[in-house]
Design a protein around this ligand. Structure first.
Ligand code: DGL
Length: 264
């Protein structure tokens, strides 16, 4: 079983990529809807709940942890890896940072929550790999509630995306990283606004491939993971997930029964 967690429903965009790349794996998902958003919370809060959720998933028998939440990845990723050194933990930053640094970009844009951007986690990862890379990062806090409302193709949303992405106009970026669970659901409008010449990078796609490639190298883990029943996924939320059907529809057009449970 693979444990996936997020602050809420946005992590389903990561599950979407996992369904595509790891179709035979059983997923246990936890969305902390009782405490979201994480994007505007402090690091101590995010670390505390990310750790509690990780432990809870491990208690349920998962063998791998995916930190689907970008804010948790930025604020708590390194901390969780230290606290749980014996389990593979994947965050949303490392696989994409590794990949980007090999693609020859000179200038890159990052958009995410205020917490992710303020943490400078992307800069820290990327500049270690390529100190010459120019990175321009921008918090886009209004995009999360727009997606949760299902407003992915409204005129107002396009205007707001335009307003935010105007920041990159004179930056000559070659790629833009969607460093928030919700932003891939706005992919179409972002692409229209920023233009097709700029490569849009969805870390969820890169992460899912990374996990897929990691598994064959780990034979005992393979066997453990196979013990779970195929397709028998479980989706837990610490409170009622808002607009759940709509978000499921935006992500994968699959019907999912959420279980409401707040273990904390
Ligand atoms: N899941 C969060 C992220 O990817 C976005 C929503 C929130 O702020 O909790 O950063």
């Amino acid at each position: 079983m693979i444990g996936v967690f997020d602050s809420g429903v946005g992590g389903l965009s990561v599950v979407k990529e996992m369904f595509k790349n790891l179709p035979n794996r059983q997923i246990i998902y936890f969305g902390d809807t009782a405490r979201l958003p994480y994007g505007t919370k402090g690091a101590d809060f995010v670390k505390k709940y990310s750790e509690k959720i990780t432990q809870w998933l491990l208690d349920r028998g998962v063998k791998i942890i995916i930190i689907a939440c970008h804010t948790s990845s930025a604020l708590a990723g390194d901390y969780l890896k230290k606290q749980f050194p014996n389990i593979p933990i994947f965050d949303m930053i490392t696989p994409t940072a590794n990949k980007i640094s090999g693609l020859g970009f000179g200038r890159i844009g990052i958009i995410g929550t205020p917490g992710t951007i303020k943490s400078k986690a992307w800069e820290n990862h990327l500049l270690k790999l390529n100190p010459r890379l120019k990175i321009y990062s921008l918090a886009c806090p209004l995009l999360v509630p727009l997606v949760e409302e299902g407003w992915v193709d409204k005129k107002a949303t396009k205007e707001i995306v335009k307003e935010y992405l105007g920041y990159f106009k004179d930056k000559k970026i070659e790629g833009l990283v969607l460093a928030c669970t919700h932003y891939p659901m706005l992919n179409e409008v972002i692409e229209k606004v920023i233009g097709r010449r700029i490569k849009i990078i969805n870390p969820a796609e890169i992460l899912a491939k990374e996990v897929r490639n990691f598994l064959p190298a780990s034979a005992p883990l393979q066997a453990e993971l196979r013990r779970g029943k195929e397709g028998n996924h479980q989706f837990f939320f610490s409170d009622e997930p808002y607009n759940f059907k709509k978000i499921c529809h935006l992500c994968f057009n699959k019907k999912i029964e959420p279980t409401i449970l707040d273990p904390f």
